[in-house]
Design a protein around this ligand. Structure first.
Ligand code: 13P
Length: 482
């Protein structure tokens, strides 16, 4: 059996939007007290001390004071600091954003990239996360890349495939030197903040698959060097059994990191397990032999049999009204919603819910709300297309025709162009040519949409790529005209 590679265990506390800078200072006092006591006990018992690397990710506003307090208490060597997110842009007129340079100048060691809460609440896509990985590395910090499947994905047997796709997208521009510095955190979304931890064998198998992926894409040396953390409802009570698994190198802790006592205990369990950890043999080799391209992992085709039916979506919401179910059904039928898009249905249902409870009493209001919610489906789909999640732009056209006959042909074009402009041009053209949209009208809108998109500071990806690159394509309107 090969010896287990020595990777320094790492425990990271992600405070999310909790603990202001005063509370952070108190946290530090309490944590260091707990830690001193534990180290004293370890010394008294003669047990070897193998401290894990420990990182704290406070909110931006607590970073500076937390770093200062660390220095004052002489704990700078024991605790490192990182940020929960970063801008993918170096600098400029991006109100509210924080750049990688600002974080590294402050003394941050890590930056979380692609946390599921960021994926959920911010309109960012895989390209943006890949760019964030790049800027974090370029500024001398280590990205902690979060990947993990949703509950619906898991129930349909697409857990680790989904996580691997996220990983593949985020590291697709990296070479081996970059990859060595990446930390991967496997966080099943359904486990975050719920108290539900997957079975140990499920965690172990997921971590093995992640290391297999790294082996296949970057080679065995890199796979042996990269640290993989587990995150999702980690507590002092379950930390010891999880840290004993193969392939795990530590934890990304949310809720339990807010309590200095719980967090210290998780760190201590990790330290205690790591003393003997490297002495145990590695229990397995890699599942896949030989290298394979990252592309093989990217955006796998999802077979029909794995698609989530609207009924499944509805089951996720036990209080779903029948009309909400019909919305979900409609959305499913229209866009061929796969499990990847379940979240949009959820967003939609929440939006419709927010419209109030009066609907049952007033048929007119019900009609209006359903009408509005149809629009929301369209919005949701356009949002999905923007995130490159829905392949069926043509279906959106169909949906526009069926659901809102009041829309004129031109209005439909305009709506589609909004969607197209945020998707890729080639795909836009492809879908246009399969729809009933008039080519000239489409081109006019497309050009307008495209140009305004280019000027739109929200759409950074497009601005970066630059209009000239697209102008050279044969299907670009001006070229077609010639
Ligand atoms: P919990 O530990 O609260 O489940 O959160 C996990 C997490 O999201 C860490 O990033």
């Amino acid at each position: 059996m090969p010896a287990r590679p020595r990777r320094k265990p790492l425990v990271v506390g992600n405070w999310k939007m909790n603990l202001n800078h005063r509370e952070a200072a108190q946290w530090m006092i309490d944590y260091s007290g707990m830690n001193d006591a534990w180290e004293g006990r370890m010394a008294a018992s003669g047990q070897p001390l193998d401290r894990p690397e420990i990182g704290i990710l406070p909110p931006f506003t607590s970073l500076q004071s937390f770093i200062d307090t660390l220095g004052e208490r002489g704990m700078g060597k024991q605790l490192a600091v990182g940020a929960q997110t970063v801008s993918d842009i170096a600098s400029g007129a991006y109100t509210g954003d924080i750049s990688a340079d600002m974080l590294s100048t402050l003394g941050c060691k890590y930056v979380l990239v692609g946390h599921s809460e960021q994926r959920r609440y911010h309109p960012e896509d895989d390209d943006t996360f890949a760019t964030k990985m790049r800027v974090v590395l370029d500024n001398g910090m280590q990205p902690i890349l979060c990947i993990g499947e949703t509950r619906a994905g898991r129930e349909h047997g697409i857990g680790i495939d989904y996580a691997l796709r996220q990983l593949a997208e985020a590291v697709s521009q990296m070479d081996c030197e970059d990859m060595k510095r990446v930390i991967v955190a496997y966080e099943p979304v359904w486990s975050i903040g719920t108290g539900n931890v997957p079975d140990l064998n499920v965690i172990e198998s997921a971590l093995a698959d992640i290391r297999d992926f790294i082996n296949a894409a970057f080679g065995a040396d890199i796979a042996a060097a990269v640290r993989i953390l587990y995150g999702g409802s980690v507590k002092p009570e379950n930390a010891m059994s999880i840290i004993r698994l193969n392939d795990i190198d530590g934890f990304l802790v949310g809720g339990a990191s807010l309590d200095p006592c719980s967090f210290a205990k998780i760190c201590h369990r990790t330290a205690e397990a790591s003393v003997t950890r490297h002495q145990r043999p590695a229990s397995r080799g890699f599942k896949r032999s030989g290298r394979m391209s990252i592309a093989e992992f990217k955006k796998p085709d999802i077979p029909e049999s794995r698609r989530v039916l609207a009924a499944d979506v509805a089951r996720e919401f036990p209080d779903t009204h029948s009309w909400r179910l019909s919305l979900a059904l409609a959305a499913y039928r229209t866009a061929g919603f796969s499990w990847l898009e379940v979240r949009a249905v959820q967003d939609l249902i929440e939006a419709v819910d927010a419209a109030g409870s009066a609907i049952e009493e007033d048929p007119d209001m019900l009609r209006d709300i359903i009408w509005d919610s149809r629009r929301q489906i369209i919005e949701a789909m356009i949002a999905l297309i923007e995130r490159d999640a829905v392949q069926g732009v043509y279906s959106v056209n169909q949906w526009l025709v069926e659901s809102d006959p009041r829309l004129t042909h031109d209005e439909r074009c305009e709506r589609l162009v909004q969607a197209y402009a945020s998707s890729t041009c080639r795909r836009a053209y492809h879908y246009m040519s399969h729809g009933d949209i008039d080519y000239d009208v489409f081109c006019t809108y497309f050009l307008e949409g495209y140009l305004s998109c280019d000027a739109n500071t929200d759409n950074r990806r497009w601005r970066r790529r630059g209009i000239d690159r697209y102008k050279s394509r044969p299907w670009f309107p001006s070229q077609q005209d010639e």
